[in-house]
Design a protein around this ligand. Structure first.
Ligand code: COS
Length: 385
């Protein structure tokens, strides 16, 4: 049976998230964007609402909600501001999820409550200056030392990078083993040899923290190893299964925000003595945005439902991520078109939607990578090797 009805609890969570976003996120989004301001106060408020690590069970400090409800929250935050949505996605999907799934009891008790309460932020260190789509080909090296590991390397485009107190770092232990030699480490960022520098001049997500990380002889004990040596690639891929759905849901929020802004503007804006909403070519743009918003949302809900049922969802997540991120770019472009000159300045949110949407077809796996994952599932042929 397919049930599109939200439960009473899901409706309540969605309304609460929408009210929070209208009250706390939207009023500060433009200034944070203009000033490239990472809004720590807003992060604290998100944490107080229980929006960080919400899918983590209550015994580890989360709210124990399911993926469908998580998607509703992330969609609302994405409607408000993708910079702050990125904090939620990284903290929850890319940091908490792998600790929950692969961590031992000590690691879960040490890190999850602090991450869920927002006491600390975490970051996900997979991408490197020379390693993007080909994620198995890491240059960062981890070498065995007495009682632990020494890590050397660099990581690039790391969200939350300068703010994080713990970094999930993926490193190669034995290049001959290729992806089966990769290990994941929970590295406290105050460990000697660890440093982070902020990246500036971004097209969008200006209120988010993006960094380059340097690991110069960073030494960690055995307790930092997440899972077993050789699990690292699977840890990264399974984290991205959650992260990509989170990005996709945030993009549904962008689509919805574009639609809402365009409907409202088109009914107010008078041209040729009529509201522009009465013109068929404007309605066509609004219909296209409606279609993209609804389709993206349904694809996210399906992927979330599969996760809630503990069924395989990698392909469906890639489908949702591909569709929703491309849809967000299309919708933002159309929303600017509906707004005309007014859409080109930041009096309205639509130009920020376009700038912020643009990265979503790049990060957490480009649209091309999602297509190759989908194509491989459809044909059984791996086009990447
Ligand atoms: N969950 C768990 N395990 C997974 C998995 C998943 N979603 N996807 C793949 N694996 C496992 C495979 O089962 C395989 O396991 P075995 O060693 O037991 O055979 C192993 O990982 C290797 O998988 P695969 O053959 O698919 O690896 P490829 O090197 O072909 O790479 C792509 C796959 C390209 C899909 C991967 O490198 C990728 O997603 N790249 C994009 C990276 C990315 O998103 N970067 C952004 C980082 S955040 S900004």
């Amino acid at each position: 049976m397919i049930d599109f009805e939200l439960t009473d609890e899901q409706r309540l969570v969605r309304e609460t998230a929408a009210e929070f976003v209208d009250r706390e996120v939207i009023p500060v989004a433009r200034d944070n964007d203009r000033n490239e301001r990472f809004d720590e106060g807003l992060v604290r408020k998100l944490a107080e609402m229980g929006f960080l690590g919400a899918i983590v069970p209550e015994e580890y400090g989360g709210r124990g909600i399911d993926y469908r409800t998580y998607c509703l929250i992330v969609e609302e935050i994405g409607r408000g501001d993708s910079s702050i949505r990125t904090v939620v996605s990284v903290q929850t999907s890319l940091v908490c999820t792998p600790i929950l799934r692969w961590g031992d009891e000590d690691q879960k008790r040490r890190w999850l409550p602090q991450l869920c309460s927002g006491e600390i932020l975490g970051c996900f260190g997979l991408t490197e200056p020379d390693t993007g789509s080909d994620a198995a080909n890491l240059r960062t090296r981890a070498t065995r030392i007495d009682g632990g590991w020494r890590i050397n390397g660099r990581k690039q485009w790391i969200s939350n990078g300068t703010r994080a107190k713990v970094a999930l770092i993926f490193a190669q232990t034995d290049p001959e083993l290729k992806h089966r030699g990769i290990a994941a480490f929970l590295v406290p960022t105050d460990t000697p040899g660890f440093s982070a520098s902020a990246v500036h001049g971004k097209l969008g997500l200006r209120a988010s923290d993006t960094a380059e990380l340097s690991l110069d002889g960073v030494e960690v004990g055995d307790e930092a190893l997440l899972g077993e040596v050789g699990d690292g690639f699977k840890i990264a891929m399974s984290a991205l299964d959650s992260g990509r759905l989170s990005v996709a849901s945030g993009c549904v929020g962008i689509c919805q925000g574009c639609l809402d802004a365009s409907v409202s503007y088109s009914k107010e804006r008078i041209q040729f003595d009529r509201p522009i909403a009465s013109f068929q070519l404007v309605q066509e743009m609004i219909a296209d945005m409606t279609l993209d918003t609804e389709a993206a949302r349904m694809l996210c809900w399906r992927a979330a439902w599969l996760k809630d049922m503990s069924r395989p969802s990698t392909t469906e997540t890639s489908i949702a991520k591909l569709y929703a991120t491309e849809a967000a770019v299309r919708c933002a472009n159309l929303a600017i078109q509906v707004h005309g000159g007014s859409g080109y300045v930041d009096d309205y949110p639509v130009e920020r939607y376009l700038r912020d949407a643009r990265v979503t077809t790049l990060y957490e796996g480009t649209s091309q990578i999602q297509k190759l994952i989908i194509g491989r599932a459809a044909t059984g042929v791996n086009a990447m090797t």
